[in-house]
Design a binder for this molecule. Structure first.
Ligand code: CA
Length: 238
């Protein structure tokens, strides 16, 4: 099954080969079961400043930087971008709600998969739109000896967040690898779009409430149910 997907991917991108040496992981909704908390925090923050927002919108905007999410709502509702002050204010409210959500759990089978990949001597990167300092710190706590600071791309490292290819292109540059030597694990439509635009093979794990077709339509080379599904199938994939 996967062989044909790899052939299609190689052909489309005119790549001479496909040999994964590094795996780029998105963070929220892939490594952490945090998206439900992000969604509800966005909802509460927008409501507090009188902006309409839905859970589906939160999931459809997943992967964007906070500033870009706020701008999008402003353009739709008020016909203009938010000012820097408004962005800062709303993101602060959102962050406060998020922190109050309590302990963020690891996504089931994320640690097991990372340990397997580490044992295979493949490089592991995190590529996230998140700018939550607490969440980035908790990567070390939840996944000891897996991540290195120099192998992360966060909201602080990019000018253009997902769906722009910049985050994944930046990770690719840091890795020193060719685009056919990388596999991306994403869960959100905009994240898939970003990885796809960077020319990388993208596996989507549909850990949220969206229809799986949304992920294939965004350009995912393969859509799986969740991280357990990916863990179970991993050895057969590559
Ligand atoms: Ca995500």
């Amino acid at each position: 099954m996967l062989l044909s997907e790899i052939e299609i991917f190689k052909k489309k991108n005119k790549y001479p080969d496909f040999k994964p040496k590094a795996i780029f992981f998105d963070m929220d909704g892939v490594l952490f079961d945090s998206m439900k908390f992000h969604a509800v925090s966005w909802l509460k923050a927008m409501l507090q400043v009188g902006l309409p927002f839905t859970e589906t919108e939160a999931y459809m905007n997943e992967g964007r930087t906070g500033a870009s999410t706020i701008d999008n709502v402003f353009v739709a509702v008020r016909g203009r971008n938010a000012t820097e002050k408004e962005k800062k204010e709303i993101y602060k409210i959102k962050s406060t709600h998020f922190e109050a959500c309590g302990k963020i759990e690891r996504m089931p089978f994320a640690l097991e998969l990372l340990q397997k990949i580490k044992a295979e001597n493949k490089d592991i990167f995190v590529v996230t739109g998140s700018g939550q300092p607490s969440l980035i710190d908790s990567l070390q706590e939840n996944f000891p000896d897996i991540f290195k600071k120099e192998k992360m791309v966060t909201a602080f490292d990019v000018t253009n967040g997902k769906p722009h290819p910049e985050p994944y292109l930046k990770a690719l540059k840091k890795s020193g690898l060719q685009p056919w030597e990388v596999v991306v694990i994403e869960n959100a439509p905009l994240g898939v779009e970003s990885a796809n635009a960077a020319g990388l093979f993208t596996i989507a794990v549909n850990t949220g409430p969206l229809n799986p077709e949304v992920l294939s339509n965004s350009g995912a080379n393969l859509v799986l149910k969740d991280m357990e599904d990916l863990y179970v199938k991993w050895d057969k994939l590559f």
